[in-house]
Design a protein around this ligand. Sequence first.
Ligand code: HEC
Ligand code: HEC
Length: 267
Amino acid sequence: MKQTLGAALLLAFAAASPTASHAADVEAGRAKAATVCAACHGVNGVSVRDTIPNLAAQRAAYLEAQLKALKDGSRKNPMMNAIAAQLSAADIANVAAYYAAQPGAAPDAKSAPLANLVKTRVAFPEGYKETFTRYHTINFPATRQVRYYYANPVALQAAKAGKPLPDGSVLFAEVYAAKLDAAKKPMTGADGFFVAEKLLFYTAMAREAGWGSDIPEMLRNGDWNYAVFTTDGKLRPGVNQAECLACHKPLGDASYTFTLKELAEAK
Ligand code: HEC
Ligand code: HEC
């Protein structure tokens, strides 16, 4: 009787323990960090840019709690929600223990993004105005932009047939600053959309066989690659595809495409 009570108490204490890190596998945490998390947080937990937090030397219990909140959606961030959703409880304990054990960094220190996630195979679609279909427009009030969405014939035909977008698909968007009125509010045209004034850049996603092969599964969007182009049609250097891939990742059932419905309905 006494023994059973003792065992029950021990179990109760174990369950109430604020962190499972005593059971964590730091080596497994390191392996996951090096292939996936490093793309944004650096392999040592020193992040690749100012808008992404350092993880190095943060407390394991805090990191675990944040990952759980990002997994269940109570903390919201589209990229991290998509990533945390794919982590098991053991993964969470392991990466938390690993990053907590990394030394803190100087405030201005930054890691380089991962080379395999910076390299993109997407080429600027020369002549797209003649061969692509403009299928959608979206106003962005917060940034006072308007975007025009284009698709090549391969993507358009597949979407119309209700099929997954195949190799050879290209989706492309022109991003414009909207024309502003005297009160600096975007002006709306007769079509109900902001009046496009100045082309800022282009974004693109395209797929061909094998393009996803060097991207870790947790980020991989099938064989899609992503790119940003400057107004003169050159690749914008240093774009971290990990961000594009993470945000588009949950749309696996829709060819990783947010505007698939609009594409299927294009006139
Ligand atoms: C595509 C980039 C990207 C990748 C890859 C990524 N993260 Fe994040 N992570 C972010 C961003 C951005 C935030 C900030 C979220 C916010 O603003 O709420 C963040 C926040 C976090 C936080 C909360 C930190 C804090 O200080 O509150 C943790 C913990 C975390 N990430 C862990 C991970 C782990 C573990 C992995 C790998 C399995 C990972 N992340 C992969 C971009 C990324
Ligand atoms: C924060 C989440 C997020 C990130 C990060 C992100 N996207 Fe998207 N993307 C969206 C959403 C939402 C849409 C739907 C239309 C829109 O809002 O522009 C979209 C639409 C697109 C489209 C049109 C096809 C489609 O899926 O509907 C392209 C092309 C695209 N994104 C490229 C990129 C590229 C390139 C990057 C990285 C540089 C990127 N995206 C990063 C959320 C994201």
